[in-house]
Write a protein that binds this ligand. Structure first.
Ligand code: MEV
Length: 309
């Protein structure tokens, strides 16, 4: 069974599209896929075949042609919310590609795997930075730079995350275009914010490695303010962030494309339960996730580098 992780971006979404590093984590929830030989190529979600004229089928065909695989039935099972900024489409792309490669007995490097998955991602998101797919493939906590690859971070202490679906679902493609339009209208302000996020991410990485969770939480809050200034926040996102902080979160922010989708909060010493209780009482769907450090699939190579101990 091939697996891939859902993801949350802890700092740097959108800025990552313009070359700023992003910090992201694999979730315990994710996607699994199994490829078995068949008369014709088929992709099924929980036993139901995808429609012939769908983006998912187009993405599947793109990946199949690159893997050069024979005809397989690929059964996919998704154990995470979809369309809400948790990288479900990248995780499905990684799991399906891994399933086909496994079935063919191929052992590509992670960089080769991600090159194939980028064709899946482009069907849905135009020209994504690649942070979602890299995190879906690697899990753990990573630093990603567009065009340069991904480095696994060593955490100074365990990260306990709480995630709320603030909703509604939002389109990454549309939100990325919205930010691009904002940048065209406000060049100077945009460049200043980008530099602020670059500095913030640098400091956030140091906090993570030193186990300074309070410092890291404050930087999540600061990142949320900068993302709000790009009109990516919503009243529901702001409510979720406030409720989380009132319930003891060290920091909270939107995660992913914004304009809806999810909020991620870093739990303090009381753990995620008080945050989850506050969100549930306010009617938000939510769950917790520890940062998983296991690593499925092929070892990183090429563009993917592990940080030395
Ligand atoms: C989406 O999960 C992350 C964005 O930064 C888009 C991207 O990196 O391609 C909004």
């Amino acid at each position: 069974m091939a697996r891939a992780f859902g993801k949350v971006i802890l700092n740097g979404e959108h800025a990552v599209v313009y070359g700023v590093p992003a910090l992201a984590c694999g979730l315990q929830r994710g996607v699994s896929a199994l490829a078995t030989r068949s008369e014709s190529a088929e992709l099924l979600f929980d036993g139901k075949a995808v429609e012939a004229e769908s983006d998912t089928k187009r993405a599947f065909d793109a990946v199949r042609s690159l893997v050069g695989s024979g005809a397989y039935r690929v059964d996919v099972s998704v154990d995470m919310p979809c369309g809400v900024g948790l990288g479900a489409s990248a995780a499905i792309g990684v799991a399906v590609t891994r399933a086909l490669l496994d079935a063919e007995g191929a052992r590509p490097s992670s960089a080769e795997l991600l090159e194939i998955v980028s064709h899946w991602e482009r069907v849905f998101h135009g020209n994504p930075s690649g942070v979602d797919a890299a995190t879906a493939a690697l899990g753990g906590c990573v630093r990603f730079v567009k065009g340069q690859g991904v480095t696994r971070l060593r955490l100074g202490s365990r990260l306990q995350l709480a995630i709320a679906v603030a909703g509604p679902p939002s389109s990454t493609l549309e939100m990325v275009s919205q930010v691009r339009a904002f940048r065209e209208r406000n060049r100077e302000q945009f460049e200043r914010s980008l530099e602020a996020i670059r500095t913030l991410v640098q400091n956030a990485e140091l906090c993570l490695e030193a186990g300074d969770l309070s410092g890291f939480g404050r930087l999540m809050d600061y990142n949320q303010m900068l993302l709000s200034a790009w009109f990516l926040s919503t009243p529901a996102i702001e409510d979720c962030c406030r409720l989380a902080r009132e319930a003891g979160a060290l920091g909270a922010k939107l995660t992913g494309a914004g304009g809806g989708g999810c909020v991620v909060a870093l739990a303090g010493e009381d753990g995620p339960e008080p945050i989850l209780r506050a969100w549930t009482a306010a009617g938000f769907q939510c769950f917790e996730s520890d940062v998983v450090d296991s690593q499925p699939g092929p070892a990183p190579a090429g563009q993917l580098t592990e940080q030395s101990p």
